[in-house]
Design a protein around this ligand. Structure first.
Ligand SMILES: Cc1cc2nc3c(=O)[nH]c(=O)nc-3n(C[C@H](O)[C@H](O)[C@H](O)COP(=O)(O)O)c2cc1C
Length: 192
């Protein structure tokens, strides 16, 4: 065993998301975000298939996507409260990274493993942003499963999915922690 990295352990023990609803300016500039994305891409990936990619959504595109969500909510007859929430998530955001799960054909690596890797990228991106001092939140919402929104708004192909929308910005408050899992209740030890 090598020496523990106490700073990293303290970060991981205390890390928590900042609600996307409370994220404001400033946001990372392109160089700062590129460094965060580089850290996020350093993620376990069976077979080195890189079954994920990033779409960085800046202010103008977020405004455009909010309008498309409004149109889609009407077409799908989404409950008005749910529609307003989804529209606001984009209209009020300043910077969102869409992590796209983009599975590759492979005889060796089942698609579900590639999907897990995309989820792992989301957490790595969230943690890289938080550790860099930004507020960040991993969210989804009904538009992330609406094929027409994904095609017309984000030009996703039919085999691609959104693993997460990672909102990044400045959070002026540190939220109270949420209750954390009871590890004993979740863990089975098998010794024989
Ligand atoms: C795939 C996925 C989708 C999520 N979607 C939402 C969402 O749409 N809205 C929301 O408030 N939280 C959503 N969450 C929950 C938050 O990202 C997060 O778990 C919660 O804010 C606590 O995070 P923390 O453990 O980093 O503090 C989602 C989490 C995951 C893993």
């Amino acid at each position: 065993m090598t020496n523990p990295n106490q700073d990293v352990l303290t970060f991981l023990k205390t890390r928590r998301s900042r609600s996307y609803k409370l994220l404001t300016l400033p946001i990372p500039d392109r160089d700062q975000l590129s460094r965060i994305l580089t850290i996020a891409a350093r993620t376990p990936d069976h077979g080195k298939l890189e079954p994920w990619r990033f779409i960085v959504l800046e202010k103008q595109s977020l405004t455009r996507l909010a309008a498309l969500i409004e149109t889609r909510a009407a077409a799908l007859e989404i409950d008005p409260e749910k529609a307003t929430k989804a529209i606001a998530a984009f209209a009020n955001a300043h910077l969102v990274v869409a992590v796209v799960s983009t599975p590759k054909p492979s005889d060796k690596v089942p698609e579900i493993e590639q999907t897990y890797s995309a989820g792992a990228v989301c957490l790595a991106l969230l943690n890289a942003a938080l550790a860099s001092g930004w507020g960040a939140n991993w969210i989804s919402g009904w538009p992330s499963h609406d094929r027409i929104f994904l095609r017309d708004g984000l030009t996703l192909q039919a085999h691609e999915n959104i693993a997460g929308f990672i909102h990044i910005g400045t959070s002026k408050i540190t939220p109270p922690d949420r209750p954390r899992p009871d590890i004993n209740a979740l863990t089975t030890w098998i010794s024989t």
